[in-house]
Design a protein around this ligand. Structure first.
Ligand code: LFR
Length: 491
């Protein structure tokens, strides 16, 4: 019998997928067996995740995985998703309401209320977390006084909620816990003084577990529903999708690298052994999230392909029938750096009418307004590349780690223009791929826990590098143009 196969559930903000990954010495293959849309729903003014719809997608995916693997059952299952969001459950383990989407406006003003409880400097020194309106801590501040929070006995982050429904066992996976703003990145344990100051009951969180830890077995009802023979174990992976994506960066041992994990967000930074908790780092809004194997993901959140997705959604609603490939071809021919916006600006966080908001940002900063969809797409991609450049430069400056190469992984690795512009903007070679880095990171952690592959992150990454097709982009063009564009955005 050949190397074992694992099921990786990877839930993104716009779609979920279940992949089957086969891994062994010198072998790493990934096959998508099920993909389903993730469509948030606005009800009575609040934007929710359709969490039962997502769970149905997971079950359908596990059924498909069973059919795709030799022997009819995966060696284990791992789950990752976006961070910060969670479900509240009562004492009997019943979900108390639909998880609220991090782009919902309920956290408006929560950061200011949080700052009155603990000065941002102190909070950063204790948690190392970037300021984002949607951090779980801000969500809990916003939920104070609601009947759901009062009745809650358990709080489960999204992948932990899925794992609970699949196995009946509760846990809090560490990499995702580090995005709550309630964890101390130096110790990998809860930041108790922070929780105490905010009146957050840490008993809501089930015990911490680390990537590679066992996380239960599929329940009999789940096995029956998915047509699987048990036992099928669930393994904790880097359940924060960005943790899995960075584990899935095909970096070369000994070659210092930066990464840009591109999808709905661009997460750009470096991997460190210890957090950077300086005041300078806080001012630059860099985050210290925890990664696989005790690493620190030192990075900045950039709006990412969300800007493009929201433009497409608006044009679609306006009956323009945008065709992405054609738009990208035209955008590649459009004049570069005609206008750029600050792709880290939270004004772009909520959904709705993105082309108008981009035009408004150009107008406000005295730059030409894009005249058609192709120019808007070019403005978005130039702006993303510029934000990648700033994040890669800032990460190096603030951490003292110099890099030789930038790895672009995630969905954006398929976007040739974005990768080329990122190389030009950073003035560094870009290695693009894999697009499914999160699923690869998820599979590799499971495979190592099962004893199918061995070694540290460098060894896992070398397996990726030798088995996956990657594209290389050398930097070209006029560096001065990017410097001038940066000045236009930074003022
Ligand atoms: C990417 C991501 C980011 C996180 C954002 C919100 O999918 O997980 O890392 O900041 O979504 O959870």
């Amino acid at each position: 019998c050949g190397p074992p196969s694992f099921a990786a559930v990877d839930l993104g903000a716009s779609s979920g997928r279940v992949m089957v990954g086969t891994a062994g010495p010198g072998v790493l293959e990934l096959q998508e067996v099920h993909r389903f849309p993730n469509r948030p729903v606005r009800v009575a003014g609040t934007l929710y995740w359709d969490v039962l719809g997502l769970y149905r997608g997971v079950l359908d995916g596990l059924r498909a995985a069973g059919r795709a693997v030799p022997g009819g059952r995966p060696a284990s299952v791992g789950i990752d998703s976006w961070a910060v969001d969670h479900g509240l459950l009562d004492a009997s383990g019943t979900l108390l309401g639909n998880p609220v989407h991090y782009r919902d406006g309920r956290t408006d003003g929560a950061a200011e209320r949080a700052a009155a409880v603990m000065p941002p400097r102190e909070l950063y020194a204790a948690t190392g977390l970037q300021h984002q309106p949607f951090n779980s801590l801000h969500q809990l501040v916003a939920a104070r006084g609601t009947s759901a929070l009062a009745a809650a006995r358990h709080l489960l982050l999204i992948p932990d909620l899925m794992a609970y429904w699949l196995t009946g066992e509760m846990g809090t996976e560490l990499t995702n816990a580090s995005t709550t703003q309630l964890l101390d990145p130096r110790t990998g344990d809860w930041a108790r003084p922070v929780a105490e100051a905010f009146g957050v009951d840490l008993a809501l969180f089930p015990p911490l577990r680390r990537p590679g830890d066992p996380a239960g077995e599929l329940l009999a009802e789940v096995l029956a529903e998915c047509g699987l023979d048990g036992p099928v174990p669930v393994t904790a992976v880097g359940s924060h999708d960005t943790a899995s994506a960075v584990a899935g960066v095909p970096a070369e041992g000994g070659r210092a690298f930066a990464y840009v994990a591109t999808g709905t967000w661009s997460l750009a930074g470096v991997e460190l052994e210890a957090p950077v908790l300086t005041e300078e780092s806080r001012a630059a809004n860099f985050t210290n999230e925890l990664g696989v194997d005790g690493t620190v993901r030192y990075l900045r959140n950039i709006m990412g392909l969300w800007l493009l997705q929201e433009c497409l959604r608006t044009w679609e609603a306006d009956g323009l029938r945008p065709e992405l490939e054609a738009l990208l071809r035209e955008a590649a021919k459009a004049p570069g750096l005609r206008s750029v916006v600050d792709a880290s600006d939270p004004v772009f966080l909520p959904p709705g009418r993105m082309p108008e908001r981009i035009a408004e940002a150009c107008r406000r900063t005295g730059q030409p307004v894009p005249r058609d969809p192709a120019e808007t797409v070019r403005c978005v991609l130039d702006s993303l590349a510029l934000a990648h450049r700033r994040a890669v430069a800032d990460a190096q400056r603030l951490s003292g780690r110099e890099v030789e190469v930038v790895h672009v992984v995630g969905g954006g690795a398929r976007n040739e223009l974005l990768c080329r512009l990122t190389a030009d903007a950073c003035g560094l070679p870009v290695v693009a791929g894999p697009a499914e880095a999160a699923a690869f990171g998820n599979v590799l952690v499971q495979a190592r826990a099962a004893g199918a592959v061995h070694g540290d992150l460098t060894a896992l990454r070398s397996l990726l590098r030798t088995t996956q097709p990657l594209r290389h982009h050398e930097p070209m063009g006029d560096r001065g143009a990017w410097e001038r564009a940066e000045a236009a955005v930074c003022g």
